[in-house]
Design a protein around this ligand. Structure first.
Ligand code: GRG
Length: 286
């Protein structure tokens, strides 16, 4: 199956799962459940949970074995977006083509919505222990890895430096280090979650982590090019394209895409979708 049909099919699966498993809007306290559903069920690309399911299938297993954890990762990703959009952070009015959460529900509710999504995300991941054929100890490893990827050395730390850029050196290494922590970390965790749950070998896990690191860097460079071209308010924040220009940034993103593909060569032809996904990351326009 070619990548675009594969992604459409898997997005439909993850959307349906989230739709069914999230608390209903009329469940008390209904305001926060309305707010959660507003931010989750609004058309994200679902790349992270798709990666988790892709790993399951790469290992010859059924994607259903990792579905609760994959959905949990999407909730955690959505938490980070809701908080990132707040006036005290990136101060964005629109997300996925709709008003941001705090614009609709107010800042206090947006903070609580993010908190709830983080807690629910971890709960969904733990529910994966109930899936037949999945060992409980592998779920513990997944939770540990996710917490490491979200912590002060990874996503949270990347966000700290991202919002404190006025005080920092603006060179390629520094910007890439922020990208690695704020974006690659959760993408790596998405891949590693599938690998840990289904007992991939150490070599396979290392290869998937390198793949995640590289596509994460390419993904964030392209994200910043899209923001620049859409003329989004970026203050003078030194993103890759602001400092190096769009052409050079595209070249660097393509280099990372190629390195990503090389890193998973041990899977051979079975990894075809992963090669195509790396190309999708650098060719996407939104
Ligand atoms: C981790 C504890 C903890 C706190 C969170 C707010 C914050 C700290 C981090 C924000 C990090 C962030 C927003 C990184 C940007 C990642 C990124 C490229 C988002 C866009 O991802 P897409 O394009 O979005 O996959 P969709 O809408 O398709 O889901």
């Amino acid at each position: 199956m070619e990548l675009s049909s594969y992604m459409k099919e898997k997005k439909r699966i993850i959307d349906r799962y989230l739709e069914e498993e999230l608390p209903l809007e009329n469940q008390n306290p209904s305001i926060v459940h309305r707010s959660i559903r507003y931010s989750v069920l609004n058309g994200g690309k679902r790349i992270r949970p798709i990666l988790t399911m892709m790993v399951a299938e790469l290992l010859g297993q059924d994607y259903k074995k990792v579905l609760p954890a994959a959905a949990g990762i999407e909730l955690i990703h959505t938490f980070s977006l809701v908080h990132d959009d707040l006036p005290c952070m990136d101060d964005d009015d629109y997300r996925r083509g709709k008003l941001t959460n705090h614009k609709v529900f107010g800042e206090a509710m947006a903070i609580l919505t993010g908190d709830a999504l983080l807690v629910m995300g971890l709960d969904f991941i733990c529910r994966n222990a109930q899936i037949e054929g999945v060992k409980k100890d592998s779920v513990v490893e997944v939770v540990q890895n996710i917490l490491e990827m979200l912590g002060t050395q990874k996503m949270l730390g990347g966000q700290v430096d991202d919002i404190s850029w006025h005080n920092q050196k603006n060179n390629a290494d520094f910007i890439e280090d922020i990208y690695s922590r704020k974006t690659s970390a959760l993408i790596c965790a998405s891949l590693k979650t599938g690998a840990l749950l289904l007992k991939a070998s150490k070599k396979q896990i290392e290869a998937l982590e390198t793949y995640g690191e590289k596509i994460g860097l390419a993904f964030q460079i392209i994200d910043d090019i899209i923001d620049l071209q859409e003329d989004k308010k970026i203050d003078d924040k030194p993103t890759y394209p602001v400092i190096f220009g769009v052409k050079k940034s595209e070249e660097v993103a393509h280099q990372y895409c190629n390195q990503a593909k090389e890193s998973i060569s041990l899977f051979g032809g079975k990894a075809q979708l992963f090669y195509e996904l790396a190309d999708f990351v650098v060719s996407r326009k939104k």
